[in-house]
Design a protein around this ligand. Structure first.
Ligand SMILES: Nc1ncnc2c1ncn2[C@@H]1O[C@H](COP(=O)(O)OP(=O)(O)OP(=O)(O)O)[C@@H](O)[C@H]1O
Ligand SMILES: [Mg+2]
Length: 234
């Protein structure tokens, strides 16, 4: 199991103002699963990703990812855990504007691999950006910027990829292309994906669909015959 959450709670604030962002979450995620997490605004989707990514810690309960107990990590160990195990893809791409596509990816590759520059170029080629490597983010379309962000997440070959509304800023066609790319590249390397979205239609491409409501998992459905992302409509 890559991801194992047991009786996990996340509470922000205390007393009268306490908000239970996650309530008693139990979740077991096998390696290689592509899971889509649906739920209304405020239902706890980002909080769940942040806990799995060790950006934040649970208030109660146990989270184990790739055999590591996240509660027992000190700050340095959290950094190492994120570096070695987790790739993040966000809604607003989060690229560094003063660096080219290649440099944005290389920055992460350098941290993890001796041949960082080569790996960065190879993964940019893998996401279809061989011709655009030396462009700055402002010179790229939204879809191309998201490809750079995906390359940046993948260059360290993390077992877990966490995507928070990765198509939220993209038009329908471009969004579908990005989903197709995510599905392909993660399938090739048997990566575990948690992808958060408001868009229920995207669930059709997943191995598993989880629905959150007010911090609880209210539905957990396995999909034995997911459709290709290129066949999605919404
Ligand atoms: N740092 C924080 N401090 C206080 N409350 C927070 C904090 N982060 C999240 N919350 C609260 O926790 C709940 C879950 O938030 P979360 O961001 O996980 O929702 P979400 O499902 O990702 O929503 P959205 O779809 O709008 O991104 C919300 O009620 C939110 O206000
Ligand atoms: Mg969110």
């Amino acid at each position: 199991m890559t991801i194992k959450m047991t009786e996990v709670w996340k509470t922000f604030g205390e007393g009268h103002t306490a908000v239970h962002a996650l309530r008693d979450i139990d979740l077991v995620g096998p390696q290689g699963d592509f899971s889509v997490i649906l739920g209304p605004s405020g239902s706890g989707k980002t909080t769940l990703l942040n806990l799995v990514g060790a950006i934040d810690t649970a208030s109660r309960g146990r989270i184990e990812v790739t055999g590591i107990d996240l509660a027992n990590l000190d700050v340095d160990e959290q950094v190492a855990y994120r570096r070695e195990n987790v790739g993040f893809v966000f809604q607003f791409f989060n690229l560094i504007p003063t660096l080219t596509a290649l440099e944005n990816v290389e920055l992460v590759a350098d941290l993890t691999a001796a041949n960082g520059a080569e790996r960065a170029a190879a993964v940019l080629e893998q996401v279809g950006l061989a011709e655009r490597m030396n462009h700055f983010p402002a010179q790229l379309s939204g879809g191309e910027q998201q490809r750079v962000a995906i390359a940046r997440a993948l260059v360290k070959q993390p077992p877990i990829l966490l995507c928070d509304e990765p198509t939220g800023e993209l038009d329908f066609e471009t969004g579908r292309m990005i989903l197709d790319l995510l599905r392909q590249v993660t399938r090739d390397s048997n990566q575990t994906v948690l992808l958060v979205t408001h868009n229920a239609a995207i669930g059709a491409m997943a191995d598993r669909v989880l629905r959150l409501r007010s911090g609880s998992i209210v539905d957990d459905t396995r999909n034995d015959d997911p459709v290709e992302a290129s066949a999605l409509t919404w």
